[in-house]
Design a protein around this ligand. Sequence first.
Ligand code: F0G
Length: 349
Amino acid sequence: MARQGILYRYEKDLPLTQATPRITLLEGDTPLIPLKNLSRELDVTLWAKFDGLNPSGSFKDRGMVMAVAKALEEKSNAVICASTGNTSASAAAYAASAGLSCFVLLPEGKVALGKLTQALIYGAKVVAVRGNFDEALRLARELASSKKVTLVNSLNPYRLWGQRSAAWEICDELSEAPDWIVLPVGNAGNISAYAAGLEYYKEIGKINTMPRLMGVQAEGAAPLVRGYTVENPETVATAIRIGNPVNAEKAIKAIQMSCGQFASVSDEEILEAQRELASHDGVFAEPASCAPLAFLLKLKRSGKLPQGLRIVLILTGNGLKDPDAPLKGLPDPIAVDGTIEALGGVLGL
Ligand code: F0G
């Protein structure tokens, strides 16, 4: 079936009214890619839900299409968000398409270049806040409560509604739930959306079992693993560089409900997983999206990964958004004179 966008595909499952405009940039319906080589190496059946193939290159489009449709329904003229990069790229894209103004607050100097470029080229008004994401979000919330502008961070309930669609697509495609779903956690909205989506699918009989949700954070920004706010979060995975997740309570419930767990991985482990995903199975995802694979590789190394599980990794963002971080660990291209002899020598052919 041709791609439709999630407001069409999941019309009956979402809180839409007749007055909700059915906008779309053809988000959703992203591939569930079998990772053949990593499956063999880890002794499990592994898929990647590649949400980096959404229109703005991340899973945020699933929630943003709902949030912007509802903003239009409520006759709002402008949207605002704080962001580590992907939310702002998505908000700016959907606002442009819907004819709304978009205001974006970014932690200064900590947003990947691709994401910053996206927000700017889609026409958002972009502000670099001297502070981290948590501080930028506090400002965005304050502005949204006092001015006529709609907050489209994951505090906006429609965002998480739209993001449920990823869990539905996985279960629809597999005709059942996998054993584990492993996903990166920053502000903790997405894991909460998966939990809500899966609970709903269980209620309406589309799945019989609840997958374990594994939420993976970066070691330097792991408030949910530590159990307290991290004042100065730091990680190469800038998308999840968050010390005080606003959806923490919901995420803790999601873990309890699904018998899952929170875990953390180091920056080195994240970058290694990113290289393995790309070089073993041909999929390039941004650093934050590779924290889940880093967790599985770590479990495998310590002999704690049960054999034969059916596992879905959620690749939340496209690798092309942030080439700087992985490039540092890769060799330079080999410079040669433009002759066959020189090339042959270098390539060993
Ligand atoms: N992966 C990527 C690529 C992200 O951009 C984010 C969050 C997450 C995972 C974590 O999702 O916050 O729902 O737990 N990015 C937000 C942003 C914070 O502003 O783009 P979460």
